[in-house]
Design a protein around this ligand. Sequence first.
Ligand code: NIG
Ligand code: FE
Length: 390
Amino acid sequence: MVPAKEDPFGRIRDGALAARWGRVVWIGEDRDLESQVTLDGDALDAAGACVIPGLVDAHTHPVFAGSRADEFAERVSGVAYRAQQSGERGIARTIRATREADVSTLLELAHDRTNRFLANGTTTIEAKTGYGLDLDNEAKSLEVLRKVAERTRLRVIPTFLGAHVVPPGVERRAYLRSVIDEMLPAFRPWAVFCDAWCEAPAFTADETRTLLTRAKALGYQIRVHAAQLAPGEGPDIAAELGARSADHLEFATPAQIKALAAAGTVAVLCPAANFTTHGPRPPIEAMRDAKLPMAIASDLNPGTSNSESLPMSMSLACVQWGMTPIEVLAGATVHAARSLQLEGLAGCLAPGSFADCAVLDTETPEAISYYVGVNRVIKTVAGGVVWRPS
Ligand code: NIG
Ligand code: FE
């Protein structure tokens, strides 16, 4: 995924790479390997398979307990996602189940999810809190992320999503004060990013702006759930604050898309969530025209996308939205890495990058999205080590 003279993606036929201490030290044609590199470690023969950079999933919510399978079934019969977000249903249900679960239960659940990510070729995830939604339970969620990161080969980049929704039983202004005055300063050492959901049923534009401006002043990098269910100011706020990502964007306007491109923000699109909520197609052509980088993410979460399969999301973006197989491969590698400030390290294979790759049983690298819903990953390598489920 690094441009070369004849190919924007730098594909190498009959390629080889060498890694030391988890980083790529050499990449090129197999016939040059032994004359250019002293080999003294383990060898892995890909035997004619395709090797791509480990996939990078720039939007996931892996810390939660409980199931909302019944809500999925209701939506299939025509109930709207938004109509499910009232009383003790929807996100509120997951908040209750997550608060009731202790660290070790949440850790087991999150760890199982890391195995499913790795099995599907993903080697880096952005991982949000957002189902604790009070000081203690958000701290617990961040603790789960730290502990799961120690136990898995998956790279886990933590995001504080205290501004997911206002939790049940708390007055809005009191909740916002608690996020701004208590949680944001307390969690700064534990989260790289701060995210907020800017639209009903979550936060207004004013609330989002106040909260994320404070987060930025404290040194967080910004992400925004924006214009997923309706048009709104979320994308404008993302551009104003120089957010690393603006996510979902089904209802982004052409002007907002231009503003995001000018701000250097990455659009993180979530096809599986769009699919199960019967959302409209995001304005892909306007994003292409504006040269706004489009990342593809699984959006793993219990409400709209209970799937760790980034290849499935890539297939959906092709079939449902008309993105090309090459666009979605770039979306799940280089563009996703850029949104996480990991350009040159993740989502590509080059000297200095992480030795993270997925070995595919496919005829071309981009054919990964052609195998809809079928896992064609033969092996996942993370930090130079072949991953085995744990
Ligand atoms: O990314 N947009 C907000 N959050 C999630 C859904 C959360 C849930 O339903 O539990 C999303 O789609
Ligand atoms: Fe989300």
